[in-house]
Design a protein around this ligand. Structure first.
Ligand code: COA
Length: 691
């Protein structure tokens, strides 16, 4: 067995070092070896104090998440932490990088905590649908107080070392971890008894005296936790900290943790955690590396172009925005400046950061300005001829080896690539609006895209803080191709008997942030209208609304009414009348539709299309489709994305319902995809295809 943990002694201090790359996850082998090392050091007469530290880029980043789905193995987390805390000699956690989740819980079990400047500490369990299950909800509040613990546990966001020190979570910050840890350990080596977080009562005392205050403090967090189980459990566990003995509270915390760990929500969130990371992987032929990107250029200074430019500047990459129309360029640069001023006013960045980032963005009205860019992203009007002409120009002007990307959301990237003499450098980077906020990027691999160009695009999108997912070429790629089916179905539901607010409500109750009609109103109905016209398609209700110049929020009317200055959708009797009349004209008898049926009608056809997308190899894994829907389209992450969700519903049921939908609507696309039929017949889930 390889050593994941080493023990060495420096004079009277024993140093336990964990070395389990990449993030020192605290898996069972590590736990076993840490426990053994601890017991040895505790028994060693020459040892007065013990340091627990990690090699590599970070302190323990948590439990090994892949172990959470399996039966727990001994020694468990709580057993190891209990042994550390019980040790009679002082144990000092020396942290660097990110001390997260179970990692921070281990540190909380130590008697002292020190951290290298720059360390970030947090309990992100809530993001995985669980709560800290190894004392985090008990020891943290005893060190930092209930309010601070509540904020950390409910947000899951890590705090910087300075804040950790100010709040009492760590005892000291050091500039040299090894030397600092040894010096600190020597300083405390003789102190007895050792301080144990479990024995502290002072910081939680105000809430022990007034337990009801917890509910008041928790209310705001719970309001934001719609549909999720973990937040309420976290509050229950914190309540135990102020109403039960430490040992009883620890048992309560563990029970709550286990129930969540074994529940569907956490399984879904863990699936998304790994799917996000898998989606960013491409196998490069041996010896090949991503190309260097030191400068970028964006063509088109519209909302999309400006948003993308901001993302680059935020990551410290110099970027030019090019627009041939000087007024459009100025508008784009103004949008950028306005966005930064807004962030400055909200405290999201400092004046100095803003000045630096603005300094990285240069405007130009001449395409020749792309000459020094390593990556060019085109974000101009969605029209094939315009794009092809532009790419022919890029071919002439871009430097050799520059990656040339189109931000098209539908068009054929192969055809765009063919407009150049270097199709190997061309690919799609489909950002989502607003591009400085939305994290998803569909990285479209065209027929001739070179692997290193693809790897460059992926590495770059990760550098600018996005979630890249590799997809193949087809109309609308993965996200919009599936969305299209939902849009068609949503309109059919109106004609068959539902109202926009009922359809939207069914999906927001399911967990989406917004329903399809509220989304259309926000995006503007005219965009989809123009696209339908170009393709000779018709949507009875949406087209009619556009003809009435009801374009959504921007005109104060769309599927809903909006009062001046308000973004709150109000049901509109005029729209209801339009729906009823249209259905009558088309000879459709309207009847009420239950929320469950609305959800199935909207989601099952998308899942069916997702299956075709998988079968065609447009997406490499079902998890990729899930990541796209969770990070780009508001699918509730705790349901794991459409394909994972399909597994929880059961594919045979979905297949049978699709057959009913095909008969009812006469829409052949609702016939179950052959791969769906096969998996349903074999009793398998999509994830079995992912390898
Ligand atoms: N358990 C198992 N694997 C983990 C892990 C964990 N707790 N944390 C990270 N990994 C794996 C990732 O899956 C990835 O594996 P891969 O290279 O095979 O894809 C690798 O470690 C690197 O992680 P990544 O997220 O790509 O690196 P990063 O430098 O961007 O971020 C962290 C590092 C630690 C901030 C980030 O991985 C993270 O937040 N991890 C989860 C922490 C957590 O939730 N802990 C609580 C669990 S109780």
């Amino acid at each position: 067995m390889t050593d994941l943990v080493t023990l060495r002694r420096d004079d009277n201090i024993s140093v336990i070092t964990i070395d389990n790359p990449p993030v020192n996850a605290f898996g069972v082998k590590v736990r076993e070896q840490v426990l053994a090392a601890l017991l040895r050091a505790a028994d060693d007469a020459a040892t007065d104090a013990i340091v627990l530290r990690c090699a590599g880029r970070t302190f323990i980043a948590g439990a090994d998440i892949s172990e959470l789905g399996k039966p727990p193995l001994s020694p468990t987390f709580p057993e190891v932490i209990k042994a550390i805390e019980a040790c009679e000699k002082p144990v000092v956690a020396a942290m660097h990088g990110t001390a997260l989740g179970g990692g921070l819980e281990v540190a909380l079990g130590c008697h002292y905590r020190i951290a290298l400047a720059g360390t970030r500490l947090g309990l992100p369990e809530i993001k995985l649908g669980i709560i800290p299950g190894s004392g985090g909800t008990q020891r943290l509040p005893r060190l930092v107080g209930i309010e601070k613990a509540l904020a950390m546990i409910m947000s899951g966001s890590p705090i910087p070392a300075e804040e950790a020190q100010a709040s009492g979570l760590i005892d000291a910050m050091v500039d040299d971890l090894d030397a600092g840890a040894l010096a600190f350990a020597r300083e405390v080596a003789a102190r007895r008894p050792v301080p144990r977080a479990r024995d502290r009562a002072d910081r939680i005392a105000p809430f022990v005296a007034d337990p009801a205050a917890l509910d008041a403090a928790a209310a705001a967090y719970l309001k934001r936790a719609k549909g999720l189980h973990a937040p309420a459990a976290a509050i229950d566990s914190l309540r135990a900290a102020i109403t039960l003995s430490f040992d009883e509270a620890i048992a309560r915390e563990r029970a709550l943790f286990v129930a969540l760990r074994d529940g569907e929500q956490s399984k879904a969130l863990r699936h998304i955690f790994f799917a996000e990371r898998a989606a960013a992987k491409v196998d490069l032929p041996a010896g090949e590396k991503p190309r260097k990107v030191e400068r970028a250029a964006i063509i088109g200074a519209g909302t999309m172009g400006s948003g993308i430019a901001i993302s680059f500047a935020n990551a410290g990459i110099p970027v030019s925005i090019i627009d041939l129309a000087p007024e459009a360029l100025q508008r784009g640069l103004d949008t950028v400046a306005k966005t930064y001023r807004g962030a400055l006013a909200r405290g999201g960045l400092t004046q100095e950061q803003m000045d630096h980032r603005l300094g990285l963005i240069k405007g130009a009205t001449d395409l020749a300005a792309i000459a020094d860019a390593d990556l060019v992203i085109e974000a101009v009007f969605e029209d094939m001829e315009i794009k092809r002409k532009l790419f022919a120009d890029l071919d002439r002007l871009a430097k050799p080896g520059a990656v040339l990307a189109t931000n098209t959301s539908y068009l054929d990237v192969n055809a765009i690539a063919q407009a150049t003499g270097r199709p190997q450098d061309v690919l799609g980077l489909h950002f989502f609006s607003p591009a400085n906020i939305m994290r998803l990027v569909e990285v479209v691999r065209a027929e001739k895209t070179a692997p290193d160009a693809l790897a460059t695009a992926i590495a770059l999108t990760r550098t600018i803080g996005k979630i890249p997912v590799v997809v193949g070429v087809c109309h609308g790629f993965v996200g919009n191709r599936m969305l299209r089916l939902r849009t068609v179905e949503a309109e059919r539901l109106l004609l068959e008997g539902a109202l926009p607010q009922e359809v939207d409500r069914a999906l927001t109750d399911f967990g989406f942030a917004m329903g399809p009609f509220a989304v259309s109103d926000l995006a503007g109905l005219d965009i989809a209208w123009r696209m339908r016209q170009a393709q000779g398609l018709r949507a009875e209700i949406a087209d009619r609304l556009c003809e009435m110049e009801r374009f959504g929020q921007k005109t104060g009317r769309g599927f809903y009414l909006y009062e001046a200055g308000s973004r709150t959708p109000k049901p509109d009797p005029e729209v209801e009348q339009l729906i009823v009349e249209t259905a009558a004209r088309l000879g459709i008898a309207r009847a009420p539709i239950a929320a469950k049926d609305i959800v199935e009608r909207l989601l099952f056809p998308m899942i069916n299309e997702g299956t075709r997308i998988l079968d065609e190899g447009i997406a490499q894994r079902s998890g990729d489709i899930d990541v796209i829907w969770v990070s780009g389209y508001g699918f509730p992450s705790w349901r794991g994305g459409p394909m994972h969700y399909a597994g929880t519903v059961g594919l045979p049921y979905i297949r049978d319902r699709l057959i009913e939908f095909a008969v009812k609507t006469g829409d052949a696309r609702h016939r179950p995809a052959s791969l769906l039929e096969k998996l349903a017949g074999d009793g398998k889930a999509f994830v079995t295809l992912d390898g």
